[in-house]
Design a protein around this ligand. Structure first.
Ligand SMILES: Cc1cc2nc3c(=O)[nH]c(=O)nc-3n(C[C@H](O)[C@H](O)[C@H](O)COP(=O)(O)OP(=O)(O)OC[C@H]3O[C@@H](n4cnc5c(N)ncnc54)[C@H](O)[C@@H]3O)c2cc1C
Length: 368
C-alpha cells in the first residue's frame, strides 16, 4: 500500500530516509526549518546541524566489536554505501567514497590488538602496517612509531556534497519539502481512517498515515507530548581547517582519513587539512579543547604546529541518555523514531533508511 509519510528533520538521517521512502513509492513530506536555506558551500559558512558540521568519516569495518546491533548496522551501511553513491552521484553534485582509512596505534599493546583484529578478519579489507613502513608519508604522520591498521573499504564521504545530492534526489522523487518546525504531533483517534496530525510553527495542520522522527536533539520534545520519554544529551564537536606552510601537494602516502588518538586528520585540496572532532558535553565550544586537539594531545609534528588557522566550526551530536545509539524504534503504530545517532549518523544513514523502509512496509502491509 502507498502511504503518506511525514519525515521530520532534514539532516542526513531524515533526508536519506525521505529519499528511500519516496523511491519505494510512498508520498513523502519532509519538514525542517533548515530547508529554507541552501546547503552551505563550506561548513564554516553558517549555523550547522550535526550533518553539515560532520567530517563524514565512515568507519564501518575497522570496528573492534565482532557482534551485536552496532556492528550489524555498521556492516549493513557499508554494504549499502556503494549503491547510494552510484545512485546519488551526478555532475551537479559529484559524490564519491574516498578510501582508505588508517588508524595509527598509540602503543605496542594497541598495535598488537590491531594485528589480532586483522588476523581474525581475513576478508574484511584490513591490513596491519608495521612501523618501519610508515616513514614514507609526506608530510610525516604524527605518532608513527607503533604501526597502524589500514582499512581499505573505510574512508569518508563529503557530507555537504551528500546533502546536495540527496536534495537533488528529493526533487526528482517529488518529496514535498516544508521549511518549518513541527511543534506538535497528535495521534489519530480511534475513528476509522483517522490520521496522524502535524502542527507546524505557522499553525498549519498536515495529516499523514505515518510519522518518522529524525530530529536529533529536537526529537525528545516532540515525543514528550505523546508520553514517550527519550531524553538525549548534546555532545559538541569542533573542527579546524588548517593551511599548511609546508606544501603537501601530493599528500604522498596519506589515506583519505588518518586517525590518531581518536582525532581525524583529513587532507583537503593541495595543502589544507581538516582536523577534528572534539567530544565536549553540552552546547558551548571550549577553546581549551580545540587547542589540545590542534596539538594532537602533544603528538603534533612541527609542520602541524606551524600551520595557519583558516576556519573552524562546531556542531552538536545527539547522544541518547541510558540507551545505546542510535534509537531505531517503532514507538506505536504509525510512529517511528530514527534518531540519536550520536557519532555515526553519516555512516549509518543507509542502514537507518533501510530500517525505516522495512518498518513502513510492515505497517502498510498489516494495516487494514
Ligand atoms: C563535528 C562533528 C563531526 C562528526 N563527524 C562524523 C563522522 O565523521 N562520521 C559520522 O558518521 N558522523 C559524524 N558526526 C555525527 C553525525 O554528524 C550525526 O550523527 C548526524 O549528522 C546526525 O544526523 P541527523 O540527521 O540525525 O541529525 P542532524 O543533522 O542534527 O539534523 C537534525 C535536523 O532536525 C531538525 N529539527 C529538529 N527539531 C525539529 C522539529 N521540531 N521540526 C522540524 N525539524 C526539526 C534540525 O533543524 C536539523 O536540521 C559528527 C558530528 C559532529 C558535530
Amino acid at each position: 500500500m502507498i502511504a503518506s509519510i511525514a519525515v521530520i528533520g532534514a539532516g542526513v538521517t531524515g533526508t536519506g530516509t525521505a529519499w528511500q521512502l519516496a523511491k519505494r513509492g510512498h508520498s513523502v513530506l519532509l519538514a525542517d526549518p533548515s530547508l529554507a536555506k541552501p546547503i552551505p558551500e563550506r561548513p564554516a559558512d553558517r549555523d550547522l546541524n550535526g550533518s553539515t558540521a560532520s567530517l563524514g568519516v565512515l568507519m564501518g569495518h575497522a570496528f573492534r566489536r565482532s557482534s551485536g546491533r552496532a556492528r550489524r548496522l555498521r556492516q549493513r551501511s557499508m554494504a549499502l554505501w556503494p549503491a547510494w553513491i552510484e545512485q546519488l552521484n551526478h555532475p551537479e553534485s559529484p559524490l564519491q567514497l574516498e578510501t582508505p582509512l588508517i588508524q595509527l596505534a598509540g602503543s605496542a599493546e594497541e598495535a598488537q590488538r590491531m594485528q589480532q583484529l586483522v588476523d581474525a578478519r581475513p576478508v574484511s579489507g584490513l591490513q596491519f602496517i608495521a612501523s618501519n613502513m610508515l616513514d614514507k608519508a609526506d608530510p610525516v604522520w604524527p605518532q608513527a612509531g607503533h604501526g597502524a591498521m589500514l582499512s581499505e573499504r573505510d574512508g569518508r564521504v563529503d557530507p555537504l556534497q551528500l546533502l546536495k545530492a540527496l536534495k537533488r534526489s528529493l526533487i526528482e522523487h517529488n518529496v514535498e519539502r516544508r521549511a518549518t518546525d513541527v511543534v506538535e504531533l497528535q495521534r489519530p483517534d480511534s475513528k476509522p481512517r483517522c490520521k496522524w496530525r502535524l502542527i507546524t510553527a505557522e499553525g498549519r495542520n498536515e495529516e499523514v498515515d505515518l510519522v518518522v522522527i529524525c530530529c536529533a536533539l529536537g526529537s525528545a520534545k516532540l515525543l514528550q507530548n505523546l508520553g514517550h520519554q527519550r531524553p538525549m544529551d548534546a555532545v559538541l564537536g569542533q573542527v579546524l581547517e588548517l593551511q599548511l606552510n609546508k606544501s603537501a601537494k601530493q599528500w604522498t602516502g596519506w589515506p583519505a582519513v588518518l586517525t590518531c588518538g581518536g582525532i581525524n586528520l583529513i587532507p583537503q585540496g593541495q595543502d589544507r587539512l581538516w582536523i577534528g572532532a572534539t567530544l565536549e558535553p553540552g552546547t558551548k565550544a571550549d577553546p581549551a579543547a580545540i587547542e589540545t586537539m590542534k596539538r594532537l594531545n602533544d603528538l603534533a609534528p612541527a609542520w602541524l604546529e606551524d600551520s595557519q588557522l583558516l576556519g573552524q566550526w562546531h556542531g552538536l551530536r545527539a547522544r541518547p541518555r541510558d540507551r545505546p545509539a542510535p534509537l531505531l524504534e517503532e514507538l506505536e503504530p504509525g510512529l517511528l523514531l530514527a534518531s540519536g545517532h550520536y557519532r555515526n549518523g553519516v555512516l549509518l544513514a543507509p542502514a537507518t533508511a533501510e530500517w525505516v523502509g522495512q518498518h513502513v512496509d510492515k505497517e502498510t502491509i498489516t494495516s487494514p
